[in-house]
Design a protein around this ligand. Structure first.
Ligand SMILES: C[S@@+](CC[C@H](N)C(=O)[O-])C[C@H]1O[C@@H](n2cnc3c(N)ncnc32)[C@H](O)[C@@H]1O
Length: 179
């Protein structure tokens, strides 16, 4: 398995492996949630499955541009440059591909505001074929949550009308996990 350190900005991470080499695929075989992240091999608990660098938008960019586009459904809250307010950031890489599951969350994530990355780590052993899900938080979601009820009607991103961001969590939320 090939793996090598790659630097991006302030961060250094082992991101040389392809998704397949990491034991992941980003295609949803069920084909109703759009894309998702699935294990192609067993993955032990506490494995870092992705380190996603983020593209931080200014508050002005969010207000005037991204919140009016589908990008809004892929962004995480992030502290603004002043550190006093929150803006939004787009996770590049698998970070934007994780679907939400409050009940079945098996991947935790942590913002690193020093290196501008989000680190995703398995919370338990994961079997090949299982979907890797994060939690977008317990606040109101902008889509019909397929995880809410087995009979739930699934939303289509094209039809999303909400203006919410992916992660409603406060900085002290899931990100508390120490890696
Ligand atoms: C960050 S994206 C996740 C990747 C997305 N499935 C794709 O194909 O681009 C968030 C979008 O995925 C869909 N999604 C994620 N979790 C879901 C869930 N539990 N139930 C229904 N749709 C979900 C929603 O359309 C949401 O706007």
């Amino acid at each position: 398995m090939l793996s090598w350190p790659v630097t991006f900005g302030k961060a250094t991470s082992r991101v040389g492996r392809t998704i397949a080499e990491q034991g992941l695929t980003s295609t949803d075989p069920r084909d109703f949630l759009g894309r998702g992240v699935f294990a192609t091999q067993d993955i032990p608990r506490s494995t870092v499955v992705d380190v996603s660098p983020v593209l931080i938008f200014s508050e002005d960019e969010v207000e005037n541009h991204t919140k009016h586009t589908r990008l809004q459904h892929y962004t995480y809250y992030w502290p603004s440059e002043s550190g006093r307010t929150m803006t939004q950031a787009l996770a590049l890489g698998l970070g934007s591909m994780f679907n939400h599951s409050l009940r079945g969350q098996n991947v935790g994530w942590k913002r690193n505001t020093e290196t501008d990355v989000i680190v995703y780590t398995t919370l338990r052993d994961i079997k090949a074929g299982e979907e890797l899900c994060i939690s977008y938080g317990s606040a109101r979601l902008w889509f019909d949550d397929a995880d809410a009820s087995p009979d739930a009607v699934l939303g289509d991103d094209e039809l999303d009308t909400g203006g919410e961001t992916l992660a409603e969590l406060e900085l002290s939320g899931l990100g508390k996990m120490d890696l």
